[in-house]
Design a protein around this ligand. Structure first.
Ligand SMILES: [Ca+2]
Length: 378
């Protein structure tokens, strides 16, 4: 990552290779340094990177969002600058307190949580409470959060943080991208200072909510289109890989066996999530959609990426939110309607990749990252 090279002097790198340096880096990531003694049964921690990647998580918690947020907060490779809830799996009235609950459980009340959009840009809200439980966290009841959201809205905090830190902040949307599209609409210039978007969403191998569309992009196709057309480099972690990574009973058992608030909460949420998908007959385990996007930033080897040009379908009666993926050109559009009059001027059909799509995944490598991160004492 270029920004690491840009801002890291050799002496700082050397310093951070020492134990004290690792402790400092862990502290910078808002985490307590982990014990390195032989008493722990979990694998030794990976070397802490000199400079954590700074991210904003845009989210609709959401059972898999909960796992993604826990993973991010327990990974010194990442520094979560803000969390911006949005309506999606369940309405904002639930995703907002859920986000507050999750950072409280993880011991990070200092992270700002800014309320986002309660409805998509131009459409009625469609939710997925049949998968995520009526409260969004698998029906597991957690106490009311003590911490409050900040006064800024999601789009305001996204704009402010990326403008204050040009080239430094990666956006990590793991829900419908209404908040990000709103930020881009109100301040299009921020696209130039956002180095990357790593998103969970989309599919180049059929959808889930419809045969064409993945849920996050189905909920707000117009927002998705604005994000894909923004010119910001996108990594798309979609159903092509996430449907191959199932959290199963044995993972829940490991989470439940560890005595810390994060693993205990994760075990309860995932137990219910697995029971729900079995009850409604859509599988035997819980798909790790959102945590896979976060994990790919910690260990890029988990995924294989390939260049595509992605267009988002917004017109279709049955296909809105579809990610139309071009592996090569010419990039064509549907034939013009005759009733619209003369044939429009020929359009540029040059293939220009705007996205790296995750096409292969190593599930074992993912779980070897996720489970120890969640089960180790904080
Ligand atoms: Ca989500």
């Amino acid at each position: 990552m270029t920004h690491e090279t840009k801002n890291s002097s050799q002496s700082r790198r050397e310093f951070l290779n020492t134990t004290a340096g690792m402790a400092l880096a862990a502290g910078l990531a808002g985490l307590t340094p982990r014990p390195t003694g032989a008493a722990s049964s979990t694998p030794p921690p990976r070397p802490t990177p000199a400079k954590p990647r700074r991210i904003i998580i845009d989210t609709d918690p959401g059972v898999d969002d909960a796992m993604a947020i826990f993973l991010a907060l327990r990974s010194p490779e990442l520094k979560v600058e803000a969390i911006t809830p949005v309506s999606g799996n369940v309405p904002l009235a639930l995703t907002l307190p859920n986000a507050l609950r999750l950072i409280e459980i993880a011991g990070h009340p200092e992270i700002p949580v800014a309320a986002g959009a309660s409805v998509p840009l131009v459409r009625h809200l469609v939710t997925a409470s049949y998968v995520h439980g009526n409260n969004g966290l698998g029906g597991v009841e957690f106490p009311e959060p003590k911490i409050k959201p900040v006064k800024e809205t999601a789009s305001e905090i996204i704009r402010r943080i990326v403008r204050e830190n040009p080239g430094e902040i990666t956006l990590v949307p793991i829900g419908p991208v209404t908040n990000i599209a709103t930020a881009l609409r109100s301040d299009p210039e921020i696209a130039k200072v956002i180095p990357a978007i790593v998103m969970m969403g989309g599919s180049i191998s059929a959808g889930n909510i419809t045969p064409a569309a993945e849920f996050n992009l189905y909920v707000d196709p117009e927002a998705a289109r604005a994000v894909f057309d923004s010119g910001i480099p996108i990594t798309m972690v979609g159903l092509d890989v996430t449907r191959k990574v199932l959290l199963m009973d044995e993972h829940v058992a490991k989470l439940a066996a560890a005595q810390n608030p994060v693993s205990q909460a994760a075990a309860k949420i995932m137990r219910n999530a697995i029971d729900t998908v079995r009850k409604i007959g859509i599988g035997n385990g819980s798909m790790m959609h959102d945590p896979l996007a976060v994990a790919s930033m910690i260990d890029p080897e988990i995924l294989t990426l390939r260049d595509y040009h992605i267009d988002i379908e917004t017109e279709g009666e049955f296909t809105a939110g579809m990610t139309v993926a071009w592996a090569k050109g010419p990039v064509r559009v549907s034939p013009p309607m005759a009733e619209a009059g003369a044939l429009p001027a020929e359009r540029d059909t040059t293939f220009r990749p705007n996205c790296k799509v995750a096409v292969e995944v190593n599930p074992e490598r993912f779980f070897n990252l996720l489970i120890p991160r969640l089960t180790q004492s904080s």
